[in-house]
Design a protein around this ligand. Structure first.
Ligand code: TMP
Length: 209
């Protein structure tokens, strides 16, 4: 087991970033890196990874749902999260060395709290509905908003928001990294994919192995 592990559960790593920052490719590569070292690992995504969470995801990302109010949006993200935690994560932590989640509560802090401007209500509700689960390490893939967006083909409801919204996301993530330097680490995602993956592997190795 990993050298810093005296605890009873697996390590929880979350991957965050703007749209088109390359999360999926990085998660694929990190999964291989961790499994090749002989550790067990489970990967989830947010919103989603449960039957109910995937239905909520469809509602949230559907371009037709433009009447969705900002508070309903917040509640749906929280609902998908509690479902994932209660249905899967809590158990996964006990049977795996690592759990990786593609986005977690930092997305809510940044997207709904910071960029949509819901502020304090988000901080409080995120705390309540994360049910005590906090990542051990959060990796933010940092890329300029315009660059990430230019990589996308069919934009969903959130991706279709104005550039100004996406610029705020980046500031939000950088703020979180300053506020929680032990947990939230920024990786420059403007480098080549190989370089980004290498840097992520190094960070995970240094933190846990
Ligand atoms: P993605 O994981 O494929 O990037 O899609 C999820 C989308 O939902 C993405 O635009 C970020 C957004 N999101 C929020 O706005 N708040 C949240 O709490 C989460 C988890 C995701």
């Amino acid at each position: 087991m990993a050298k810093k592990n005296i605890k009873l559960r697996g390590f929880f790593i979350t991957i965050e970033g703007l749209e088109g920052s390359g999360k999926s490719s990085v998660i694929k590569s990190l999964t291989k890196f961790i499994k090749d070292k002989g550790f067990s690992l489970k990967v989830h995504r947010e919103p989603g990874s449960t039957r109910i969470g995937e239905k909520i995801r469809k509602i949230l990302l559907d371009n037709k749902n433009n009447e969705l109010s900002v508070h309903t949006e917040l509640l749906l993200y929280l609902a998908a999260r509690t479902q994932l935690i209660e249905e899967k994560l809590k158990e996964d932590f006990f049977i795996n060395d690592f759990v990786i989640c593609d986005r977690f509560f930092d997305s809510t802090l940044v997207y709904q709290g910071f960029a949509l401007g819901l502020g304090e209500i988000v901080n409080k509700s995120v705390q309540m509905f994360s049910l005590g689960v906090t990542p051990d390490l959060t990796i933010v893939l940092d890329t300029p908003a315009r660059k990430g967006l230019s990589r996308l083909k069919n934009k969903d409801r959130i991706e279709s928001r104005p550039l100004q919204f996406h610029n705020k996301l980046r500031k939000g993530y950088l703020y979180l990294a300053k506020e929680y330097p032990e947990r939230v680490k920024i990786i420059n995602a403007r480098n080549s994919l190989d370089k980004v993956c290498q840097n992520v592997h190094k960070l995970v190795e240094k933190t846990f192995l």
